[in-house]
Design a protein around this ligand. Structure first.
Ligand SMILES: NC(=O)c1ccc[n+]([C@@H]2O[C@H](COP(=O)([O-])OP(=O)(O)OC[C@H]3O[C@@H](n4cnc5c(N)ncnc54)[C@H](O)[C@@H]3O)[C@@H](O)[C@H]2O)c1
Length: 311
């Protein structure tokens, strides 16, 4: 099949392109390289079934494909807060443009949504029927509300125009090709530990997160895209095993063998205290569960950062 991956030069997108090519598909990767990196996909260039197009999804795109994976959007707070207006445009105009393309082509389209649609949740763990508690005017809103509006557009294109949609709500995912300086906790801790700098924990370190390894998530993308007709989601995808930030820091210190210490910094605005996916729907409808333990995933990620920082 001929497939389109928007945001294909990013962390998740590059792994997805690789997987789809491996499955024998013809892959068109579209990216404006805001947070994406050509090095993420350099090894795919030259494959006759891989095509790369520099394009910003806030503008219409005219191509012929059978399925669309819509991942284009900066995902980490430092990047999405750099130009918040562009972040909202990427989610909202990007969704309109890609949904318009899907409508014209009668192509199936999958949206990479996020657990951030739940905001700072009062429900724990989060199930898909929870509507969320999101600040509409805070510094994270460009991302959270942009993604919420994109979901609205997906469901309205589905109801109004019959577009074949799939919506996945992704929880914290980590692995090789994460950005080293994007402020996300796993990459932050690893880079600090490898550089021998103190590991900075925001607040007490008792806030929890669950971490999904990238290979597990990519399997989830493929299963969701190829799920039975009429199953739209939204479906949570993430690893339900929770760790406190303090536990994560200690694991990173022990796996890197680093002598770094731990320091505490003030908690940023709107930082959710707790986040954990309920993945019952993914398990029952897609037969999907994460398989990679935090320890195994960290070993791979640490090896990647060791190579990157050395080179
Ligand atoms: N990594 C996670 O933990 C996570 C969690 C929840 C949701 N997601 C979602 O998954 C998707 C991919 O995230 P990621 O972690 O790979 O982030 P990333 O920043 O590495 O990748 C995003 C990609 O989109 C591209 N992009 C940004 N704006 C664009 C635009 N206007 N036009 C074209 N390309 C554009 C970037 O250059 C980059 O290659 C995002 O939509 C993100 O919201 C990721």
């Amino acid at each position: 099949m001929k497939l389109l991956v928007t945001g294909g030069a990013g962390f998740l997108g590059s792994h997805l392109c690789e997987r789809l090519l491996g499955d024998g598909h013809d892959v068109l990767c579209v990216d404006n390289f805001f947070t994406g990196d050509k090095r993420n996909i350099a090894h795919l260039v030259g494959n006759p079934y891989f095509e790369l197009q520099r394009h910003d999804v806030t503008f219409p795109l005219y191509v012929e494909v059978e399925q669309i994976y819509n991942l284009a959007c900066p995902a980490s707070p430092v990047h999405y807060q750099f130009d918040p207006v562009q972040t909202t445009k990427t989610s909202v105009h990007g969704a309109i443009n890609m949904l318009g393309l899907a409508k014209r082509l009668k192509a199936r389209i999958l949206q990479a949504s996020t657990s951030e649609v739940y905001g700072d949740p009062e429900v724990h763990p989060q199930t898909e029927d929870y509507w969320g508690r999101v600040n509409p005017i805070g510094i994270r809103s460009c991302y959270d509300e942009g993604k919420r509006c994109a979901e609205t557009l997906f469901f309205d294109y589905h109801r109004q125009h019959g577009v074949d949609i799939k919506v996945m709500r992704i929880f914290n995912t980590y692995g090789p090709r994460m950005h080293p300086n994007d402020g996300r906790v796993v990459s932050n801790f690893i880079v600090q530990a490898l550089r021998g700098e103190d590991i900075s924990i925001y607040g007490s370190g008792q806030q929890t997160r669950s971490f999904c390894y990238v290979d597990d998530l990519i399997e989830g993308f493929v299963r969701m895209m190829n799920s039975e007709a009429g199953f739209t989601g939204p479906v949570n995808m993430g690893n339900p095993v929770e760790f406190t930030m303090l536990e994560l820091a200690e694991k990173v210190l022990s796996l890197t063998g680093s002598k770094s210490g731990i320091i505490h910094k003030p908690l940023p605005n709107d930082d959710p205290r707790q986040r954990q996916p309920d993945i019952t729907i993914a398990r029952e409808r897609l037969g999907w569960t994460p398989k990679v333990s935090l320890e195994d995933g960290l070993v791979e990620t640490i090896a990647y950062f060791r190579r990157t920082l050395a080179g």
